[in-house]
Write a protein that binds this ligand. Structure first.
Ligand code: NAD
Length: 246
């Protein structure tokens, strides 16, 4: 199965949704979770409750942010991101639903309101008390030069990168928007996800049950390959660039 089969399905579709995982960003140099050398083989995730409870855990979390252990920030979008952006710009796709936290869909030119982030965003921080947004560059000198754990400039509440950590509830607004887009789609394209993380991995199942065609593009097998209309085992950048011309 090839890029031309994907192009034919896109041409025939009225409303496409693209659903992305960490795999779309590996060609930008950001490791995924489950491949060898992936993030969790190098560091243990910090549970949300531990972050809130323990100053040591907050110090560890902010150390990882500023020494770039996870490598989620500072990369540039690749050919796969640009192909998805072209599909959105053409009007064929109305939104990209992403599990990624790296901001690369927005960096590729997709308007932020068309990027639905299920697991938040690591490129800025929010206050856990009042929700105010803070830029990492504003927080870095206090932590790196003086060892101060960042607190909200407005209410002194705890600040955390705007990601959804293990143990934190899924964000209601993005989940509702992702469901609405999934139900409106007649073609649902999964790109670079092991489909191992729920509830995110439920969206392709919902799309299929609702009558959409389902495409899975991943270099290795996924648990949903059996229900897909098209499975492409290949590298994301080359396949998407061939299927979605500029
Ligand atoms: P995952 O690591 O579980 O799966 C990624 C999949 O992509 C793997 O099956 C891998 O074989 C495949 N893949 C990697 N590079 C590829 C390429 N170039 N071409 C084709 N296939 C490729 O990731 P997931 O399904 O997104 O779920 C894990 C969680 O990882 C998500 O919750 C996400 O928040 C988080 N995460 C995000 C980032 C990021 O923002 N870039 C990075 C690491 C992890």
């Amino acid at each position: 199965m090839s890029a031309s089969d994907l192009k034919a399905l896109i041409d025939a579709a009225d409303r496409v949704v693209v659903f992305t995982g960490a795999g779309i960003s590996t060609e930008s140099g950001i490791p995924d979770f489950r491949s060898p050398g992936g993030v969790w083989s190098r560091m243990k995730p910090i549970q949300f409750q531990d972050f809130v409870r323990s100053e040591d855990m907050r110090r560890e979390a902010w150390t990882r942010v500023f020494n770039k252990t996870a490598g989620w920030t500072g990369a540039s979008p690749n050919a796969g991101h640009h192909a998805v952006a072209s599909l959105i710009a053409s009007g064929k796709a109305r939104a990209v639903i992403t599990q990624n936290v790296d901001n690369l869909h927005q960096d590729s030119g997709i308007p932020p309101e068309q990027v639905i982030e299920l697991h938040g965003n690591a490129s800025y921080a929010t206050c856990l008390s009042c929700g105010a947004r803070h830029e990492l560059e504003e927080l870095e000198p206090g932590f790196v030069e003086r060892g101060e754990i960042p607190l909200c400039f407005h209410c002194a509440g705890l600040l955390k990168t705007a990601t959804i950590s293990f143990g934190q509830p899924m964000p209601e607004g993005p989940m509702a928007r992702a469901e609405a887009e999934t139900l409106a789609a007649d073609l649902f394209i999964v790109v670079g996800s092991s489909l191992a993380v729920r509830p995110a991995a439920d969206f392709p199942v919902v799309a299929k049950q609702n009558g959409a065609r389902l495409v899975i593009l991943n270099r290795e097998e996924t648990p949903l390959d059996g229900i897909a209309d098209l499975v492409i085992r290949g590298e994301i950048g080359p396949v998407l660039s061939a299927a979605i011309p500029d």
